[in-house]
Design a protein around this ligand. Structure first.
Ligand code: F42
Length: 334
């Protein structure tokens, strides 16, 4: 029998504060269990938005999806998450990942030993969450001489690791309460599942200890054409940023990616978006009518996911697509 599935939304905080807050309030009303806010320095601050959500929502779990250990020291992130947990009455969740290489490079920050950095951060987070302090930690990337947080968390603060590469997926299986896999297709999840299970086995944990989440690109609409139009720009960016091994897995040739990368590079969006093919849309997003999306989510559930994230773009109009999902997709999984 397929495992129980919980649902989430992901928002990129690019819009006015009240708009993202209003969408979060609606996500809760529509029955989503989690609300993840992405973290990039060029967007509005993830923690400012999360504080607003803590204030204006009552039951939905909220957190950064995902922050990284390079811009903010993990001890400071632990303290911030505990504060968010207090403010929200125990609803904080923490997503951590290696961080976006391109945006970090813009700040002259080298992503040194990303696997080790995420591993050590996770250890620091868990120790501080559970004991309120950390001392005499000498890692390869971080060291903590003496850190003590002068207040307690309210809930559990589960840690989710954002992971694509084999070792990061294994790490998530061995240390995370959850994993956020940025993918939308069963082929990618079959690969990810093998690695996550390796990590689970190595740490002698149970499969149910890890919430395996599909952080998918989704576009729901009553009309397929409209869903496709909204999904195309997002898929163009995903294709251009995907490593060759992932493109190969879906039979996408380097030649077909070239005009997309070129177009995006010089700001020629019609060129880039016009080169997105049906195969690319199939590989990198879940798009279509509620029924079509339901079938695709069921296929991922069969592979073993336990959380499904409605990620960007969600649809041509986020509010309408969330309502459609709430009425016509979520009930199939109750
Ligand atoms: N990034 C952001 O900056 N902001 C976001 O809001 C965001 C959201 C998000 C959501 C879900 C998700 O899955 C990812 C998300 N990301 C976001 C991207 C994330 O931050 C990472 O960039 C992305 O997940 C890619 O990471 P990865 O899992 O592919 O790991 C990379 C770094 C990698 O190379 N992994 C290797 C692997 O096999 O998994 C491991 C490399 C390794 O072993 N390194 C050694 C080490 O110690 O670190 C060093 C090796 C040496 O030679 O020194």
């Amino acid at each position: 029998m397929a495992s129980k599935l919980r649902f989430a939304v992901e928002f990129v905080p690019q819009e006015a504060y009240w708009q993202t807050t209003a969408l979060g309030i609606l996500a809760e009303k529509y029955g989503f269990d989690f609300c993840w806010i992405t973290d990039h320095f060029n967007n509005r601050s993830v923690y400012v938005i999360l504080s607003l959500l803590a204030n204006y929502t009552d039951s939905i779990m909220i957190g950064p999806g995902v922050t990284n250990p390079y811009l903010i020291n993990p001890v400071q992130t632990a303290s911030t998450l505990m504060s968010l947990d207090n403010l929200s009455g125990g609803r904080a969740i923490l997503g951590i990942g290696a961080g976006d290489k391109i945006t970090l490079n813009l700040l002259g920050i080298e992503r040194t030993k990303p696997l080790t950095a995420v591993k050590e951060s996770t250890l620091i987070f868990r120790t501080i969450f559970d004991t309120g302090k950390m001392k005499d930690f000498e890692g390869k990337v971080f060291s903590v001489e003496k850190a003590k947080v002068a207040f307690e968390k309210t809930g559990e603060i589960p840690i989710y690791i954002g992971a694509q590469g084999p070792k990061m997926l294994q790490l998530a299986g061995s240390m995370g309460q959850g994993v956020l896999v940025n993918a939308s297709h069963p082929v990618d999840f079959k690969f990810a599942m093998k690695q996550i299970k390796k990590g689970i086995a190595a740490a002698k944990r149970k499969r149910s200890d890890v919430d395996i989440s599909a952080y998918a690109s989704v576009s729901v609409d009553k009309k397929m054409e409209k869903a496709t139009k909204a999904a195309t720009p997002v898929v163009a960016f995903i294709v251009a940023g995907s490593p060759p091994v992932v493109l190969e897995r879906h039979g996408i040739t380097p030649e077909s990616v070239e005009p997309i990368a070129k177009g995006l590079g010089k700001g020629d969006f019609p060129m880039a978006f016009g080169a997105v093919t049906d195969d690319m849309l199939e590989a990198f997003c879940i798009r279509g009518t509620p029924d079509e999306c339901t079938d695709k989510i069921k296929a991922l559930q069969k592979v073993g996911i336990t959380q499904f994230v409605f990620g960007s773009p969600i649809g041509p109009k986020k509010r309408i697509s969330m309502e459609l999902a709430s009425k016509e997709i979520l009930p199939h999984f109750k």
